[in-house]
Structure formats: C-alpha cells, structure tokens
Design a protein around this ligand. Structure first.
Ligand SMILES: Cc1cc2nc3c(=O)[nH]c(=O)nc-3n(C[C@H](O)[C@H](O)[C@H](O)COP(=O)(O)OP(=O)(O)OC[C@H]3O[C@@H](n4cnc5c(N)ncnc54)[C@H](O)[C@@H]3O)c2cc1C
Length: 398
C-alpha cells in the first residue's frame, strides 16, 4: 500500500484547489467554516456551480452525467472541499436514489429523474424510517395496495431530513404481508405534491427544523413509479445503504471542527493564560487529534484497498463508529471551552448576518447547537451499536 499521492493525483488536487479558489462563493464558505445555518438557496447555488463544472454527481457513471472519479480522487475532493468550507451535497437525490435508479430503474425513470437531479429541479428526501421501524427497518408498516394502474399508500414515515424542502420522496412500503418481512417490501418514488401527503416539522434539541414526520393518507401513486420488481425493494434498499454509509466518518469535517476548537481555545482565557496552553485541556485536544489522524489513516487504507479492486466491508462500520465518536468529542471539548456560555444559546446567532449582541462571541455561537445537533451522528445511517454488531460479527468473528 502506498499512501503518497502520485503526480497525476497531485495535479488533480491543484485543479480542485484552483476551482475552489475561483468558484466557491465567499458567503457560503463563511457559513460552513463558522458552522452557521445554510439555506435551501445556499445549497442550490453551490449545486448549480458544481453541476456547471461537471463535478456534482461523483458516484455516477459518465454516461449519465457523472464524474467517475477514482476513490483517491473522491478522497482528495472531500478533503479539499471540506478545508475550503464548501457545503456537503445533500445526499438524498444525487448519492442515494440516483444510484438505485441507475442500477434498477426503467429507462423512463432514468430519462425522467436523473437530469432533474443534476439540474436541481428535484429535491429528494428519504422515507425509510417509521415510528416503529428504525434499526429494525424490515418491520416497516406503511402499506401500498395495488389498485389498477396505481398503488394506494397509507402510513407514516419519520425523521425525514429536509423533507420540508423536498418535492420528491423515495419510500420503502409494504406490498405483501403474507411473506417474510424482508420479502414483502417495495421501493416507490412519490411526488410530494400528491394529495394525501402531509409534512409536519420535528424541532430538535438545538431548536432547528431539520427533520420531519411525513403522513400518507390514501395517496395514489402511479405503478410506473415502482423501482424494480414489486416485493424486491429490500435488495434495492440495502444497495442504497452502502452509498449512505460511505463518507459518514466525516474526516474532513472533523478536521475543520478541530481547527475551530483550537481557535476557540486560543481566545478563551483560563488563569490569565489562553486555554490552549492549559496542560490538561491541551492534552485532551492532542488525544482527539491523534485519534483523528489514526482514523484518517484507516480511511486511506480502505481507499487504497478499494482503488486496488477491493470492496469496503465492515471496515466502513468501524470508521463510522470512530469518526462519529471523534466528532462528538470535539463538540464536547468546544462546549467545555466556552464554559458557562454553553448553557443558554440564542438561535438567531446561527445566522451569519445576525447583528444583535453575542452572548459570548461570534466564534462561540455555533458551539451549543452543534453539540446538541451532532448527537444524531451516532444514531443515523445505522446506529453505532448496530455498526458494532457488524464489526463484532464480520471482523472479530464473534
Ligand atoms: C437527525 C436524524 C436524521 C434522520 N434522517 C432520516 C431520513 O432522512 N430518512 C430516514 O428514513 N431516516 C432518518 N433517520 C432515522 C435513523 O435512520 C434512525 O433513527 C436509526 O436507524 C435508529 O432507529 P430508531 O431511531 O428507530 O432507534 P431504535 O432502532 O429504536 O434504537 C434505539 C436504541 O437501541 C439500540 N439498538 C437497536 N437495535 C439494537 C441491536 N440489535 N443491538 C444493539 N443495540 C440496538 C440503538 O442503537 C439505539 O441506541 C434520521 C435520524 C436522525 C436522528
């Protein structure tokens, strides 16, 4: 395994840097670097720039408008774009439903949906989880009953991320109750404007509206919106999850968060000296930095093996657990760094153009919301306990 970049890879990195220098809007980068709120318009503006460059669909084959980068090129893009403060693409359309449509969809579905994902015309959300079906996803109950040329859908999805912005949702629905749970599930595409669909916000601990409940009441969905075969949706759902779990380790974002923590600890004064010079606090920062470096190397190891033709297996689960633990530790240290200012927080401070008084200072504004919001990291994309089950079975052979 060679962990050094080749001359071509270094040239690619220069190309990425030149593009980011020239095209990444400064106001969007300031929000990302300052961990502030991004609007729907911010995401769409950046998506348009990426699409014009031909760099939006990094997981698609070229024939559909994708980039077809090598695993190392994708890694370079992740590292550099995080370092520059580029927003991560909202994954539900481009990185989740699109690979499923490309692999299992009809020609009509490809023609219809893929160009609309690239152009940003469609904003997708993910309808997998239900109130009684999260880790045990196969127990989902949302029902789709065939009625001529349509399915009639009734049920509820939950935790639907950014569903308030979406005009399309992909859902797992139960089409057969007579067979084993995994065998009676289908994969349906739905227009969110269809009568009978209601979206209700869930406000999370940080006061933000990021997730939703989605209700379906006698929703009529054309049969041509079924992906693949009826009752075979579990296969497609699992295929999608391999894409969802890629990149959940968030090494690039953790590096940015660590930098933010160091700046914070440099400004805070403890016993007349910057907090970063405090022996015990700097030791904690050093420990998480070492963990992050080790996770970064593991990430490269997996990339090198994929580049050599291997498949990312249970190692992705290991990386998800370590990566999310590291991020939560950084958030925790940032919360400790600002001390009593972490207790109350002013939601409006999360807007970059906020012009009121800061409770502490501008740098501290996102610390508490981030701390609360990132509790989610060890839950979504398969909870860390579930990932540990996978590691114990597949790697440790227990
Ligand atoms: C912020 C956020 C955004 C999300 N966005 C989406 C979205 O856009 N679309 C979507 O479909 N879903 C989304 N989810 C849902 C997410 O996938 C589920 O929350 C997750 O799968 C866990 O399911 P659950 O919440 O039902 O918890 P449960 O499955 O009920 O788990 C509860 C606890 O028990 C543990 N546990 C469960 N089973 C086992 C086991 N076998 N062994 C050991 N421990 C176990 C879990 O680790 C957890 O700690 C989101 C969740 C969050 C928090």
């Amino acid at each position: 395994m060679n962990l050094n970049y080749t001359a071509e890879e270094l040239a690619f990195r220069d190309e990425v840097r030149a593009f980011l220098d020239e095209k990444l809007p400064a106001d969007i980068a300031a929000k990302v670097k300052g961990f502030r709120r991004l609007s729907k318009e911010d995401h769409q503006r950046w998506q348009k720039i990426l699409n014009e460059q031909g760099w939006y669909a990094t997981h698609w084959p070229e024939e559909y408008g994708g980039v077809n980068w090598s695993p190392v090129q994708k890694h370079i893009w992740d590292e550099e774009s995080s370092r520059y403060g580029a927003p991560r693409s909202v994954p539900f359309g481009v990185n989740m439903v699109a690979p499923v449509i490309i692999k299992f969809g009809t020609e009509e579905q490809k023609q219809r949906y893929l160009p609309r994902i690239l152009s940003g015309e469609d904003w997708w959300c993910q309808g997998y989880s239900e109130p009684g079906a999260g880790s045990d996803l196969a127990s989902l109950k949302t029902r789709a009953v065939r009625d001529g040329d349509h399915y009639i859908v009734n049920g509820q999805k939950t935790w639907t991320t950014l569903g308030q912005h979406a005009n399309m949702i992909f859902c797992l629905v139960r089409t057969n109750t007579e067979v084993k749970a995994q065998e009676g599930i289908s994969f349906l595409l739905m227009d969110m404007d269809t009568p009978g669909i209601t979206v209700r916000p869930i406000i999370t601990l940080d006061g933000e509206h990021e997730v939703n409940e989605v209700f379906f009441e006698d929703v009529k969905v054309p049969v041509e919106n079924l992906v693949g075969e009826e009752d075979k949706g579990w296969t497609y759902a699992k295929y999608l999850l391999t894409y969802e779990r890629t990149g959940l380790a968030g090494i690039g974002i953790s590096k940015a968060a660590l930098q933010h923590l160091k700046e914070l600890a440099t400004r805070r004064i403890k016993n007349g000296r910057p907090l970063i010079e405090d022996a015990s606090f700097s030791q904690r920062i050093a420990r998480v930095e070492i963990d992050l470096m080790a996770a970064g190397i593991s990430n490269l190891r997996i990339i090198a093996s994929v580049e050599g033709g291997g498949m990312p297996g249970a190692e992705s689960s290991m990386l998800k657990v370590r990566g999310t633990e590291i991020r939560q530790t950084i958030n925790d240290l940032a919360r400790r760094a600002i001390g009593p200012y972490a207790i109350p927080f002013v939601e409006e401070e999360m807007d970059l153009d906020y012009d009121g008084d800061f409770l502490s200072d501008e740098n501290a504004a996102p610390v508490t919301p981030q701390y609360f919001n990132n509790r989610k990291l060890s839950i979504f994309g398969g909870s860390n306990e579930i990932q540990k089950n996978i590691v114990s079975k597949m790697i440790l052979g227990l």
